[in-house]
Design a protein around this ligand. Structure first.
Ligand code: 5AD
Ligand code: SF4
Length: 457
């Protein structure tokens, strides 16, 4: 409230045309789901400061890019986009802000780069300062930069402005203490901190009252959640019992935090989806140790076995990096071997990309050639594509409960789409009685590596 009053007083001194113009903001989001969620928080913070969030840069006075630093190509994309925005800037002057992981990663270097012409910068823990930073930027002041990382900021007092209607993302913890040697996240997002169970449960209850059917609990290490004496299992237990909630998912966990208590709860609680994203990163134990992943190939395989023994029908997806420094061809074959043994339902596979400040960047030269990285990613993608296809084909003929999430698809207005409990996308013919958020029985009639086709039962 205080910020709000202060803000209005400051605006009061300005001519009304400028005031009106300054209030239109466009936000573009890059990278992970946490960034999508953060954009929802930012919309809420700016809404309270009487900004209009517009849907095109051409209507905006302030353009913000909520950025990702996890791989170099995400970085490059943002640099190109800033140059494009500067080139095509509208008649009136626009202010450009860089938010998120690139902001913390490059700090003042971004502001000092005359080619970019960035006006203000806010790191992932500084979004409450945004109204002030924008205003300082507009006035040409020097205080246009805040990338302080906090040990406490969880934004639990801010209700995000959500674009979705069926699934709501709910951040339960932020930051990461693991320092995998390839990863920039601990440097750009700081240390782990969690919201209380009460704060998360209250938010989920409000979401159910608003009509949301599913929540996906979010965190950089979601299952390392810890609040007072409570762990992630306690939180899942509380959230999954909230009346009216149909489904609970979570992402992204670390393989180190899967106690049997959590797996048993997942098995017995109907509202918890039988689906786990389980990042492997590499299948060779020497490479895993160099990555600081804290498990060996054998330990990962036995975790998968334990998960499947407790949750027999569980769907597993993963993240993999190929070409980590010093990875040999034989060591890559261990990754291929794990992929073949585990038979993940889907996988996101990346070429290693050196990130500034990380242990790997400081100590391990990026010595796997681009050609080898390409050959490995092609081979792994091919292998996973076949596995995903045969797993999806095995669904043909089965009946599934599908939560309807969209009334059109990218390809057709005549189709709608939903997801199975296992997180598979199902495309269905749109009918008059179909509404968003319905849970429907469907029969699977066809499959590709990425989607299922269904018909109404
Ligand atoms: N290079 C390539 N991929 C990376 N990831 C994280 N850091 C890097 C990097 N430096 C991948 C990991 C992680 C996913 C979100 O991004 O697989 O799980
Ligand atoms: Fe990055 Fe590892 Fe933390 Fe995940 S667990 S955010 S990969 S450092």
């Amino acid at each position: 409230m205080l910020t709000h009053i202060l803000f209005c007083e400051l605006w009061g001194n300005w001519d009304s045309d400028k005031l009106h113009r300054m209030k239109r903001v466009f936000i573009e989001t890059y990278g992970c789901q946490m960034n999508v969620y953060d954009t929802e928080l930012i919309k809420s913070i700016l809404g309270a400061a009487h900004y209009d969030v517009v849907t095109s840069e051409h209507q905006a006075d302030v353009v913000m890019l909520n950025t990702c630093s996890v791989r170099e190509n995400a970085n490059r994309k943002v640099h190109l986009r800033i140059q494009e925005l500067r080139r095509n800037r509208p008649q009136h002057s626009i202010a450009i802000g860089v938010l998120g992981c690139m902001a913390t990663n490059f700090k003042t270097a971004l502001l000092e780069d005359p080619q970019l012409g960035i006006d203000f910068i806010a790191g992932p823990d500084s979004y409450k300062q945004l109204p002030q930073l924008i205003e300082n930027a507009w006035q040409g002041g020097s205080d246009r930069f805040d990338v302080t990382l906090s040990e406490f900021e969880t934004y639990s007092d801010i209700e995000p402005t959500r674009d979705s209607a069926v699934n709501a993302w709910v951040a339960i913890m932020r930051g990461c203490n693991n320092f995998c040697t390839f990863c920039v996240v601990p440097y750009t997002r700081g240390r782990e901190r969690s919201r209380t169970i009460e704060s998360v449960s209250d938010e989920v209850k409000r979401l159910v009252d608003q009509g949301f059917k599913q929540v996906t609990l979010l965190g950089q290490n979601v299952n390392s959640y810890r609040s007072d004496a409570h762990d992630f299992t306690d939180l899942m237990d509380a959230v999954s019992q909230i009346d009216g909630l149909e489904r609970v998912r979570f992402t992204s966990p670390h393989p180190k935090d899967f106690p049997n208590r959590l797996l048993s709860l997942m098995a017995e609680r109907e509202t918890i989806c039988k689906q786990i994203h389980l990042p492997l990163q590499a299948g060779n134990s020497r490479v895993l140790s160099k990555m600081n992943r804290t498990y060996t190939k054998e330990e990962f395989l036995s975790l998968v076995e334990r998960i499947r023994s407790l949750i027999p029908k569980v769907a597993l997806s993963t993240d993999i990096i190929v070409g980590f420094p010093t990875e040999t061809h034989d060591e890559f074959l261990d990754t291929l071997d794990v992929v073949q043994q585990v038979q993940f339902d889907s996988a996101y596979i990346f070429k290693y990309s050196e990130r500034p400040n990380t242990v790997a960047a400081r100590r391990f030269p990026d010595d796997v050639s681009e050609a080898d990285k390409t050959a490995r990613i092609v081979q792994l993608n091919e292998c996973q594509r076949n596995i995903s296809l045969s797993k999806n084909k095995a669904c043909i003929g089965s009946n599934e409960r599908v939560l309807i999430e969209a009334l059109s698809t990218k390809k057709s207005e005549l189709d709608c789409q939903g997801r199975t409990d296992s997180n598979r996308i199902v495309i269905l013919p749109l009918q008059a009685d179909v509404t968003l958020g319905q849970m429907r029985q469907v029969r699977i009639v066809d499959a590709t590596p990425n989607v299922l086709k269904g018909e109404w039962v």
